[in-house]
Design a protein around this ligand. Structure first.
Ligand code: DX5
Ligand code: ZN
Length: 216
């Protein structure tokens, strides 16, 4: 499988999300990456269900929703209803991760687990066969536009080994500081999905940057 590109709309112009949707629909983007923050799990607030519902009407690609919130299990049905296709929760935010994953699947979505930069991939040993995706944070979650953490390469390789050893089908997604400078190396280490926010939306030609990330 060739790698997938999931532009993060966090860096798009929030006053003109319809234009961002049209650009993404006409680009090589595979998914929409949507960052939901609650000001508690991370020191920032972003968007919630009403915005997701509103942009769903203008989008033609799957919604990859990244929840950076405490107690995400409270909102599983609401995000399914808003249009999420893949719902990713943070390992660090879930006391009963296994149950939460089952609830996400029962609601008709694919289920992902995100790891903060300090969290070792070994914590996934007993859940990796149950999940569709692992999101490795390559910056500390909360903001777009931060610098990529180099230890990520090592984590991706270890995670790939775990996935192979456990015969899991989980995809590996990288989120934070992704550019054309690190994309190829991430894919070579085992990454399947690359999220990019500021590198795409702060550029002169976002569509062309998406094409470049898809072509590395
Ligand atoms: C950060 C978010 C990311 C963010 C990535 O907490 O999870 O998805 O939008 O932005 P860049 O690509 O600018 O690092
Ligand atoms: Zn994200």
């Amino acid at each position: 499988m060739t790698h997938l590109i999931a532009p993060s709309i966090l860096s798009a112009d929030f006053a003109n999300l319809q234009a961002a949707c049209e650009m993404l629909n006409n680009s090589n983007a595979d998914w929409y990456h949507i960052d939901v923050m609650d000001g508690v799990f991370v020191p920032n607030l972003t968007l919630g269900m009403p915005i997701i519902k509103a942009i769903k009407k203008h989008s033609q690609k799957p919604f990859d929703v990244h929840l950076m919130i405490v107690a995400p299990e409270k909102f599983i049905a609401a995000f399914a209803d808003a249009g999420a296709n893949l719902l990713t929760v943070h390992y660090e935010a879930c006391t009963h991760l296994h149950r939460t994953i089952q609830q996400i699947k029962a609601a008709g979505m694919k289920a992902g687990v995100a790891l903060n930069p300090h969290t070792n991939i070994n914590v996934l040993e007993d859940i990796i066969q149950d999940i569709d995706l692992v999101l490795i944070m390559s910056v500390n979650p909360g903001f777009g536009g931060q610098s990529f953490i180099e230890n990520t390469y090592h984590k991706v390789k270890s995670l790939k080994e775990l996935i192979i050893r456990k015969k899991s089908t989980a995809l590996i997604e990288i989120d934070g500081g992704v550019t054309t400078d690190n994309a190829r190396k991430l894919i070579d280490c085992g990454a399947d999905v690359l999220v990019a926010g500021s590198f795409i939306f702060k550029s002169e030609n976002p569509k062309n940057i998406i094409h470049q990330l898809k072509s590395v």
